[in-house]
Design a protein around this ligand. Structure first.
Ligand SMILES: [Zn+2]
Length: 350
């Protein structure tokens, strides 16, 4: 089921082909820019977040010491739960550092007469998942260390070697997409050694000459009535197409519609699709990590035919964004995000 649905994105992503040129762009009212907080509030929010990242990493290091599971794998599971929580509109528990979540029945055991049971022995009798990680002898569903320990104990049943770990993750989620996502997240945390990986860059160098408009949902002007799933950034041949995020290369190669195309997955499970490139940076391969601003390839006009076909439309970067809903990816409008990253990058350059 997962693999069938995941193909929906692969197919629709590959069909996310482009309008033929500026003249065909439909007049769509400009979208409102995302709200930005006043500078002082923004700085305060950033400071709170920095502190939270430090405390969270500390927590993972503690559990690593207790269990032998590397911190970046615990961080990956926790982040995956955060992404799932957003998709499922689950409210985060106030004051908690982890997004891993257990219901009362899962924690205490489904037949446990006391849903708030914290006693390790009776939880074990009723086959609850609750554990003690803080060392106070109690399994507290609202204690971050206890919650992380419960998850770690489950995953540890299979061992910590790469293969065994993936089997544990599979048993936990019963979904191959979850295994893939958690592997990607762990690789990002391990490579960069930190949790604070939310920075974005604009996909083209700000100094280059480019133009783009919000044309979400405009039907494409070429051989069909599909909805245009992305933003076309018009620029000259050879302008670098850059990663907008800290992410992992998930797809790379030729596709009949997208031409030379590359797909990057970030820590929010968002998939970034770059199409019609003239070529790639050949040092990068599927599974490699990239960071914001890193060159992935160059703007071109490849696509609409057999490998190597190009020049059937003006050179541009087709940029698409897809949200991971657990079982499939669905497209959303990149335009407001592009505007925001462009503004942020300009601010950083000052
Ligand atoms: Zn396009």
């Amino acid at each position: 089921m997962g693999s069938r649905l995941s193909r929906i994105r692969r197919i629709s992503g590959s069909l996310a082909v482009c309008l033929l040129g500026g003249s065909l762009l439909l007049a769509v009212p400009a979208l409102a820019e995302p709200d930005s907080l006043p500078v002082i509030q923004e700085e305060e929010a950033a400071a709170v977040q920095t502190k939270q990242y430090a405390e969270r990493k500390d927590l993972f290091l503690k559990v690593e010491m207790l269990t032998g599971i590397p911190w970046y794998r615990l961080a990956a599971v926790d982040q995956y739960e955060r992404v799932l929580g957003v998709a499922q509109k689950r409210k985060p528990r106030p004051g908690s550092l982890t997004s891993i979540h257990y219901t009362e029945a899962e924690w205490a055991g489904p037949l446990n007469p006391d849903p708030n049971d914290r006693n390790l022995r009776s939880i074990a009798v009723f086959q609850g998942k609750g554990r003690d990680g803080s060392g106070d002898g109690l399994a507290d569903r609202t204690n971050d260390l206890d919650v992380l320990m419960a998850t770690a104990q489950f995953l540890l049943r299979y061992g910590t070697a790469d293969e065994d770990w993936n089997i544990g993750v599979w048993e936990y989620y019963q979904n191959s997409r979850s295994v893939e996502r958690i592997e990607q997240f762990a690789k990002l945390y391990e490579t960069f050694g930190k949790l604070d990986l939310g920075m974005h860059a604009f996909p083209l160098p700000l100094k280059s000459t480019y133009s783009y408009k919000g044309t979400w949902g405009a039907s494409r002007g070429w051989g069909g009535h599909r909805i245009h799933e992305g933003t076309d950034l018009f620029a000259g041949y050879g302008v670098p197409a850059r990663s907008t995020v800290y992410g992992v290369i998930e797809e790379k190669g030729w596709n009949p519609y997208g031409g030379w195309r590359i797909g990057i997955r970030d820590l929010n499970g968002i998939y970034y699709y770059y199409a019609h490139l003239s070529g790639f940076d050949k040092r990068q391969k599927v599974g490699d990590v990239v960071k914001p601003g890193q060159t992935l390839g160059w703007v071109g006009s490849s696509g609409y035919g057999k490998p190597g076909t190009s020049g059937k439309f003006p050179p541009h970067l087709h940029f698409g964004m897809y949200r991971d809903y657990g079982m499939a990816d669905w497209p959303f409008d990149p335009y407001p995000h592009l505007r925001k990253w462009e503004r942020e990058e300009r601010g950083r350059a000052k």
